[in-house]
Structure formats: structure tokens, C-alpha cells
Design a protein around this ligand. Sequence first.
Ligand code: LLP
Length: 433
Amino acid sequence: MSANQKIPASSYFVHRNSVLHAESVPLDQIAERVATPTYVYSRAAIAESYRSIDEALSPVPHMVAYAIKANGNLALLSCLARLGSGADIVSGGELARALKAGFSPDKIVFSGVGKTDPEIAAALRAGIRSIHVESAPEIDAIEAIARELGVVAKLALRVNPDVDAATHPYIATGLHKTKFGLELDVARGLLPRILRSPHLRLEGVACHIGSMVLSPEPIGDAVAITAAFACECTAAGAPIKTLDAGGGWPILYGNEERDAQGRSVFGRAIIDGIQRGGAGKLGLTVVVEPGRSIVGDSGILLTRVVYVKEQAGKRFVIVDAAMTELIRPALYRSYHAAVPVVAVADAPLSPADLVGPVCESGDFFAQDRLLPPFSRGDLIAIRGTGAYGAAMGSNYNSRPFAAEVLVDGGGFSVIRVRQPLEELWRNERGYEG
Ligand code: LLP
């Protein structure tokens, strides 16, 4: 069924004199200078999102630790580090990025179910704020490495609260059937072992139940369970000072059946969850790990129509971006509004598939969507792509990574040049040529 496309509101990507602008920069100018496909981010949008999340937690001591996986471009990271943000990392690569971008180690937290020995060693050497433990064998690994390095590893236990985040199953992480976190009983059972070790210090508890969690209730429920566990840890003698409530705060892509609640409602749900869990008196610092809600609607993917073709009565608009730049529609059937950069008033809408050039039928951005006429050369902005867009890019079909641009007021800078072709095979060996 074709449907009218819904375009989420934005103060940073707005048509002026019929041309879509990022802040005060017309997007056709960026396409002219940098070519396409190109990711375009708004610095002001990122700063406002960061501040609104910070503000939502202002009633309590807190730290916002940006989830680098959403978009790890160094220019965006250093912008967030300067705003005061911390960082949530999940790999040695993200640790290196975080340090390079200037995040202070005592604001870096490390999540993930499969941290390797070299990654743990790098984190301990850097002296990060906390490693979020997700299994019993991980504790053995951390302890052995901390002993070898002669340091004390600061830990948080990430509990799996078995709460349904009511989101896409691929990005739900709070149920026992997923690989994430520790069942409460298991976490409880680990306490004596951690408390005994001179190389481990349990300073926090953590949870993260999923991404794009539209309603604050499950997050509040997960926090209440985690807060009650913080009380148990404290009673057992652990110097718990932090409760990490994870990320997952939503943005609106435009196709949601209902509006997402404001940031303050999510903040309130976490603060209330701590009270409900009985940890109000512990004076805990609340950490959150937002990724999508900081950069998601701060970026668009700028692409140009290569061809339009009709096939079996169907209109295909073929653009120069593909699943290699934005894999979310192929992976989650996710919705992204496709906005003409030059708007034509009263343009007639008709169904179309918006597709890329890659040799996969899953290479689409929109299917059977009511779109205006497009011709070869037209520019389209694919909205809501600042998070998990460039970060999940690939070189499939030997397509170089897209350029990335950061707009600041009336100017812009290229924060990642389009990948030169030679880089595609730079690390390959054993050929003659
Ligand atoms: N903390 C942890 C431990 C996480 O696993 C994640 C995301 C976050 C924080 C940040 O979540 P956010 O605030 O961005 O929802 N590729 C998927 C999203 C995967 C999220 C993975 N973990 C997508 O494109 O929707």
C-alpha cells in the first residue's frame, strides 16, 4: 500500500526559498562542492540534543556518555567532548577514537559482551572510568590483566533486567533470551568474588534494554530493578557510586504511530526508577549512554538521482547512495523520509521505490512510497541518518565510504573526505599488477 510520506519536523533542516538548507547552508551548494553521496550534519542540532539530555538529568548528579557506535567521526566526537560529554565505547577501536577526540579517560565507560584481552588491557592502561562486566568469565579475564598490570580495575555489573523494550527485535537487549548483561542471580553470585579481589573495585551497576525505546516506562522499570541491585551491592560492601541507565532514547523518524515523549520525561523516568528501586539515598551519579538521540536527527544523507526507470508499471528512482551508506532499511526495514532538496509546490505524488545501485534487492531506502516526480540529477536528502548511518557503512561492491560534512551556521567543513579508490585495496597483498 502506498502511503503519503511523513517528514519529521526539524529546526535545522528547513526549506528556504524552496531549497533545503542545513542550518544556513543550501544543500545544493554542498553537493556542488563535495559531490554525492555525502553525509551532512548540523553542529547546532547536535549541541541542542546533547544539552536537552543533560538538562533532563539536571535534578541529579549525572554524566552523559555519548555512545560512539552511533557515529564515531572524530570531528563530532571532539565537538561533544568539548560540550562536556563522556563516551560509551564497545571496542578497542572506539577507545582509541575516544582518546584521540579528547574525551577524558575518567568519562569513558566500556560495554560489550566480548571484550578481548588486548581491549581490556588498553582500557586499564588508559585508566577509564569503568568496565561494564557482562559475564562471569569476563571477570576472570579482567582480574588477571589488572594483576599483571598492577592496577585496580573499576567495574560496573551490567544486569539484564528481563524487561521488554518493545522495539525492533534486532535492537532489543533487555530480555534474558538476548546475549546481553547478567541475570540478577548470576550478578548477585559474583559479588563475593569481586569484593575479595584486590584488583577489582565494583563502583557501579548498569543496564541497557535496547535502542529506539519509544516509551520511557520500560527504561524506568529496568532502572528500578538495577537500582534495587545497587542497594544489594552496597549492603554487601561495594563502593557503588554510579547507576548507568544505558541509551535507547528515541528520535522521531516520521512514521511512528505516536509522538515520542520529550527528553525530560525520559530523565524523570530514570530518576523515579532509582527512587522506586530504593536507591534514592545512595546519592548515585546517573550515567546515560545516548547515541541516536544525540546525532540521529542531526544528520541527513545527501544523494543524487542517477536514473529514473519504469518497470512492470512501477517507478524506480535510482540514486547514487546505497545500502553501503545506509543499511538500516535493509537490516530493520527502517523508515527514513526522502526529501527533495529543491521543493516544487503542488508537485503530484505517485508511488515509487527509492533504490541504490548495489546488486541486492534489499538495496532500497523507500518502497512503494508516494513521492514527487524526480529526474536525473535531482538531489534528495534522506532524513534521520546521523546515527547508525555512516557508522554502519561498508565497501561492498567496492564502493568507497561517503564524504561527511559538518555545517556550522553559514559555513561547513569536510570532516571526512570521500574515500580514495586506492584505499579500497591498500591493505591487500599477494597480487601482481
Ligand atoms: N549503550 C549500549 C550498551 C548499547 O548497546 C547501545 C546501542 C547504546 C548505549 C546506544 O543506544 P542508542 O541511544 O543509540 O539507542 N544499529 C541500530 C542500533 C543498534 C544499537 C546498539 N546499541 C540501528 O540502526 O537502529
